[in-house]
Ligand binder design. Structure first.
Ligand code: EPS
Length: 394
């Protein structure tokens, strides 16, 4: 089973990560991982930091001559910006007073982190609570994504809305998504199609509106959130389990998605919309076609009973607007307990397009784990030999 661990401060020397439990002989290159890192860095509405960084991973261990060894794989991404933060972020004492941050930004981890860890400097909180952590999470998750791709399990994502700019015609969008997913690379075709859009939107007209909304927010010193969607194709029936709560795949996927910075809501399929409908309007009927089970709809989003049902997995996630505002909200200086304006800090104005890439990737370790639990194997060859069509349907 896969285990992942990330470490690193936003302006520290770099981000490091370990993924353990990856079968041996999986083809893996830094280039494959870097592609996901590059995608994560893009998007209209990002701040100055992304102009400084060119996130690239170095594979330190666990891979030899382009193939995994079955041993823990460790990765590092160096922070270029560390050059500007040497003293502020030095591991050793620097022998002089470094200005402390004492004003908390509403919505950020600043206040809770200060009290939880008894810090007198909110810098200690900012550094690890930053969404920069997702760079390493994406890098580690890309390893699991590669494993899934070897089995034909493909992942894709797109931006559904930013601020008030959203898809209005769900049926039309579904038709576009289904058409893409029927192509060779399945759900990954969705990602490929959005790579050309600076807001990762499948419709040029809606993309324009999204960009205009972000531009307006930026002008007023404000930020914007939105909704992203992730799809996975090629999943067999039977990943996850209904027998015990912590083995339900929907619960595990929700955890992975909710742990992405600024994500405040997650649904599988048409989760929230279904609340207003009759059961007969919600559940996906089963039809027989050439002795195969066919589902004309996928409102359940590919999971029934916490188990994959052979339909594409469909996850929606809500990202709140980023909490660092250039037009500050009312806040408190926690060292003096005095009312002040929140601190301004370099940040993104909108990171929804990046969140779509992060969301695509973080589902990979959850799904790869479920695959390994059901089929197992110490090498990719062994896993593939067990991962047959017969194994799916008994
Ligand atoms: C991020 C790096 C950060 C932010 C952003 C994500 O860099 P800096 O804080 O130095 O500008 O751009 O983080 C946040 C929005 C946040 O609230 O922490 C990155 O690499 O994704």
């Amino acid at each position: 089973m896969l285990r992942l661990l990330t470490a690193g401060e936003s302006h520290g020397r770099g981000l490091v990560g370990i993924i353990e439990g990856v079968p041996a002989n999986l083809e893996l290159s830094a280039e494959y991982i870097n592609r996901q890192l590059y995608r994560r860095q893009q998007g209209y509405g990002r701040g100055g930091r992304m102009k400084i960084e060119t996130d690239r991973v170095e594979i330190l261990t666990g891979v030899r001559h382009g193939r995994t060894l079955g041993s823990p794989i460790s990765l590092v991404i160096w922070n270029r910006d560390f050059a500007n933060w040497g003293e502020k972020m030095a591991a050793e004492p620097v022998g002089k007073e470094i200005e402390k941050i004492t004003i908390a930004r509403p919505g950020h981890a600043d206040m809770v982190g200060k009290y939880k860890y008894s810090f007198d400097d909110i810098r200690n909180v900012i550094e690890r609570s930053s969404a920069r952590e997702t760079a390493m999470r994406v890098a580690l998750s890309a390893v699991a994504r590669k494993l899934l791709a070897e089995l034909g399990i493909m992942i894709g994502g797109h931006v559904y809305s930013i601020g008030g700019a959203a898809f209005k015609d769900r049926e039309k969008l579904d038709a576009v998504l289904m058409k893409l997913m029927r192509r060779k690379k399945g759900a990954e075709e969705i990602s490929d199609a959005t790579d050309g859009s600076e807001v990762r939107c499948l419709d040029a007209g809606i993309a324009d509106r999204m960009v205009r909304q972000i531009r307006r927010a930026k002008k007023f010193g404000d930020t914007l959130g939105g909704v992203v969607e992730v799809y996975v194709t090629g999943l067999p029936i039977g990943l996850g389990s209904y027998v015990e709560f912590d083995r339900k795949l929907d619960g595990q996927l929700a955890q992975a998605i909710m742990s992405i910075h600024a994500i405040k809501g997650v649904e599988i399929g048409e989760g929230f919309r279904n609340a207003g409908l009759f059961g007969s309007e919600v559940h996906d009927e089963m039809l027989l076609k050439n002795k195969m089970i066919v589902r004309p709809t996928n409102r359940a989003g590919g999971l029934e009973g916490g188990v994959t049902n052979g339909q594409p997995l469909w996850i929606r996630a809500v990202m709140k607007p980023i909490s660092t505002l250039m037009k500050p909200l009312r806040s408190i200086d926690l060292s003096k307990m005095k009312a002040v304006e929140a601190r301004r800090e370099r940040s993104d104005f909108c990171a929804v397009p990046a969140a779509a890439v992060v969301a695509e990737n973080v589902v990979a370790p959850v799904l790869a784990n479920a695959v390994l639990e059901k089929f197992g194997g110490d090498s990719i060859g062994e896993l593939k030999s067990r991962y047959t069509k017969e194994a799916f349907f008994g």
